[in-house]
Design a protein around this ligand. Structure first.
Ligand code: SF4
Length: 415
């Protein structure tokens, strides 16, 4: 594992500073080296020519654009500040966390959702702590919103009437989950969502678990569910404690120390990428991870160009008119994003990175390589945020992100 002295917080843009996870190369011109927003938009001529020459590519592009339309404008709301687990390095319960009041009357939640709907929001994101602990609020949202996603730890079944994608997090295999999450939820989560087409498991890959991926994916295959892969994205608190060699506690920093922690080195990322590529080719219906996207997500350095505060300037999930964030008190949150304490320089989660590429199409239209990456990433986002039976978007079977060209019949020489 990485030496503790090399673990750092984010660096300022243009500093050229390197850390254990790679230098922040804002001048890099290769697709995989380039952070989102790290290079200006170029002429869209390459995209226009590619589309003019290939009808199958035009169909794929039209589908990708429907994905983009379907997941905006967004309301993200913290459903509750209560959780039943203690995940190591949790980005929600950081040291400065103060719970806000939560309306207990579901009527207040219903009125809030109505106001969001009237304001034009059409995609709903429910996170928390653990939203499944307050299902009456989710059911109230389901009376209005057709599309949405619930980030859940999988310990509780969700009521069948709730229409949203169930994004069930996994932090390791059966033997390691208790260490990392403070409770052995692994089998329970698989049982609770077995064969549920609305479930999309989210494997949070870290230094603790990437070697377990073959066994985890085998269990997902047996449970009849599919999954995407995000990488452990540390909070400022976690990074500070690790580099200060702070004592462990009995909450969200129970075991980490210099020789046993969650952070992946660049060598770990490269090994994980190779494992995932092999697993995706063996189980394309289970592991919904684009190969080019995963290679980009595991490349060295920040995946975002950072502003003067060290925040991801082009991150699509920051509070903006097209993506508004609300706390459990149903008021706008002041933090940079829903992952308040997460360091943008180390953020490698699917929802933020895919939508940031998707909604920055102008940055990926200047070359064929960029454009194909943009389409793959659009399908990665679509398979994460949208149900497979969303006929308005998919108009048939949804494409596997790693095999979207074959799915649409895009010519082998298109790249
Ligand atoms: S999701 Fe939050 S932590 Fe991650 S890059 Fe975006 S703004 Fe930064």
């Amino acid at each position: 594992m990485s030496a503790i002295s090399l673990i750092s917080r984010s660096a300022a843009p243009g500093s050229g500073r390197a850390d254990a996870f790679g230098a922040f190369d804002y001048a890099g011109d290769s697709l995989h080296d380039r952070p989102i927003g790290g290079a200006p938009a170029l002429s869209v001529r390459a995209r226009s020519e590619a589309l003019a020459n290939d009808p199958a590519l035009r169909e794929a592009y039209a589908t990708a654009r429907r994905v983009r339309r379907a997941i905006r404008p967004v309301m993200t709301v913290e459903v509750t500040a209560t959780c039943n687990l203690f995940c190591e390095g949790c980005c929600y319960f950081h040291d400065d966390f103060e719970a806000k009041p939560e309306p207990e009357d579901v009527g207040e939640w219903r009125a809030f959702f109505q106001s969001q709907w009237d304001d034009g929001k059409r995609y709903a994101i429910f996170h928390g702590a653990e939203p499944a602990l307050k299902q009456d609020r989710l059911m109230a949202a389901g009376e209005l919103f057709e599309r949405g996603i619930i980030y859940t730890n999988g310990t509780l079944r969700l009521h069948d009437s709730i229409p949203f994608v169930r994004n069930v997090s996994i932090w390791g295999d059966e033997d390691s989950t208790e260490k990392v999450r403070g409770g052995n939820t692994y089998r329970k989560a698989l049982r609770n969502f077995e064969n549920d087409p609305r479930a999309r498991f989210s494997i949070i890959v870290s230094a603790q678990n990437y070697r377990q991926l073959p066994d985890i994916v085998a269990d997902l295959v047996a449970a009849g569910v599919s999954a995407t892969i995000s990488y452990f994205s540390p909070s400022y608190s976690y990074l500070d404690k690790l580099s200060a060699e702070a004592p462990n506690d009995n909450r969200f920093y129970r075991f980490s120390r210099s020789d046993d922690h969650m952070m992946m080195s660049q060598e770990d990322f490269e090994q994980a990428d190779a494992i995932i590529a092999e697993l995706t080719s063996k189980h394309p219906k289970t592991l919904l991870q684009g190969l080019d996207y995963n290679k980009w997500l595991t490349a060295p350095g920040s995946r975002y160009a950072l502003d003067e505060d060290g925040f991801a300037a082009e991150c699509a999930v920051r509070h903006r008119s097209a993506h508004e964030l609300y706390g459990t008190d149903l008021k706008p949150i002041e933090a940079k994003c829903a992952l308040a304490d997460t360091d943008c320089a180390h953020c490698r989660i699917v929802p933020a990175s895919t939508t940031s590429v998707l909604h920055n199409a102008r940055l990926y239209a200047g070359s064929m390589e960029d454009f194909l990456f943009w389409i793959e990433t659009a399908f990665q986002a679509g398979r994460f945020f949208l149900r497979d039976d969303d006929a308005e978007v998919w108009r048939g079977a949804p494409p596997p992100p790693a095999a979207w060209r074959e799915h649409f019949g895009v010519g082998a020489d298109a790249g």
